[in-house]
Ligand binder design. Structure first.
Ligand SMILES: NC(=O)c1ccc[n+]([C@@H]2O[C@H](COP(=O)([O-])OP(=O)(O)OC[C@H]3O[C@@H](n4cnc5c(N)ncnc54)[C@H](OP(=O)(O)O)[C@@H]3O)[C@@H](O)[C@H]2O)c1
Length: 320
């Protein structure tokens, strides 16, 4: 490949050690990209070993130190990259999520090679809306924004941080002529590459071991395979006409529906029979925008089959 073409395949992924970013890096390397991943502690071999084991990593992965809370920290990692996938996100902390996103975007602005930024937002920036505020028979699509006041009243800081960070990103990119596309995944299910389970992966393990607390709060929730989330990020980066926000979700289910599907499929696991119902509004999600780019989501069965097989393999669950 000549030098010019090769540089077009240079991308940066922030928060490289994370659940989703690790899988995204795996798919980018498999597609031939040169990837610079940012991590807070490049010296932590145990936390990063899974990335160095990925196919193509030795030849085309570079890991550099960057922190969302340090101004200019991402300059070096981003300089010379054509694409930036901003996935790092401090959970449940408002100011770092917004400031950190702007910090990454300021580094993007300084980079003359930049072609497109793909920001990982969340379906929680779309679906947290009060009863009666939307027609429950019309599926929510990318035109919907979660309600800031409702998040504040319910004191749910994660959705609030995703709404504020995504809005700040749109404003900054419009003002500065940066081509931004956002991916809004629902709850991500699938094998975890990092050695420690992130909070969403531990919540799933808890459910499979019979805990009700976390999934009680889910009420109704969309689910999506981690491989699909990674592929959607790459699709909207590569597709010339991709623009705006993209919901990324396969199936929306009530927690009771999910539990009965899972307990019928995995009868040896102590999956809870029922959850206390919290009276949340019914909604569906319209994912035709990403599907119109040719994408097809894996089923709920496939995502849990893959997730459970990997939890068994990693010793988190006994063999079924
Ligand atoms: N998991 C889901 O179900 C889900 C659903 C929708 C959207 N998302 C979004 O997907 C993205 C990735 O989430 P995830 O589930 O993969 O979470 P994760 O495994 O916890 O990864 C988050 C990453 O962010 C990095 N990070 C945290 N604070 C940082 C800071 N101050 N500076 C630099 N990096 C920092 C961490 O890096 P270090 O390892 O260096 O600390 C970590 O690798 C997030 O934006 C999340 O909101 C996730």
């Amino acid at each position: 490949m000549n030098q010019k073409l090769e540089s077009k395949r240079k991308v940066c992924v922030t928060g490289a050690s994370g659940f989703l970013a690790s899988w995204l890096i795996k798919r980018l390397l498999l597609s031939g990209y040169h990837v610079t991943g940012t991590v807070r502690d490049p010296g932590n071999e145990k936390k990063l070993a899974h990335l160095w084991r990925l196919e193509g990593a030795k030849e085309r992965l570079r890991l550099v130190k960057a922190d969302l809370m340090e101004e200019g920290s991402f300059d070096d990692a981003i300089l010379g990259c054509h694409g930036v996938f901003h996935s790092a996100s401090p959970t449940e902390i408002l100011e770092p999520a917004v400031e950190g996103t702007l910090n990454v975007l300021r580094s993007c602005k300084k980079n003359p090679s930049l072609r497109r930024v793909v920001l990982t937002s969340s379906s929680s920036a779309v679906r947290v809306r009060p009863e009666g505020d939307f027609a429950s028979n019309v599926p929510l699509d990318e035109s919907s924004w979660s309600c800031v006041e409702l998040c504040e009243t319910l004191q749910i800081w994660y959705p609030l941080s995703k709404i504020l960070a995504e809005k700040a990103a749109w404003d900054f990119c419009k003002e500065n002529g940066i081509h931004l596309v956002t991916i809004l995944p629902s709850f991500v299910i699938g094998p975890s590459l990092p050695p420690d389970l992130c909070s969403t992966a531990s919540d799933v393990l808890g459910l499979l071991k019979g805990e009700t607390e976390k999934f009680k709060w889910h009420g109704r929730m969309g689910y999506v395979h981690i491989n699909d989330v990674a592929l959607c990020h790459i699709l909207v980066y590569e597709h010339e006409s991709a623009h705006g926000r993209y919901l990324c979700s396969s199936t929306v289910l009530d927690n009771n529906e999910l539990a009965s599907l899972l307990s019928a499929r995995y009868p040896s696991l102590p999956i809870p029979a029922r959850f206390e119902q919290l009276g949340r509004p019914h909604y569906e999600m319209n994912t035709s925008k990403i599907e119109s780019l040719g994408f097809k989501f894996k089923s709920i069965q496939e995502m849990f089959d893959d997730c459970i097989a990997s939890l068994v393999e990693q010793g988190h669950l006994p063999a079924l």
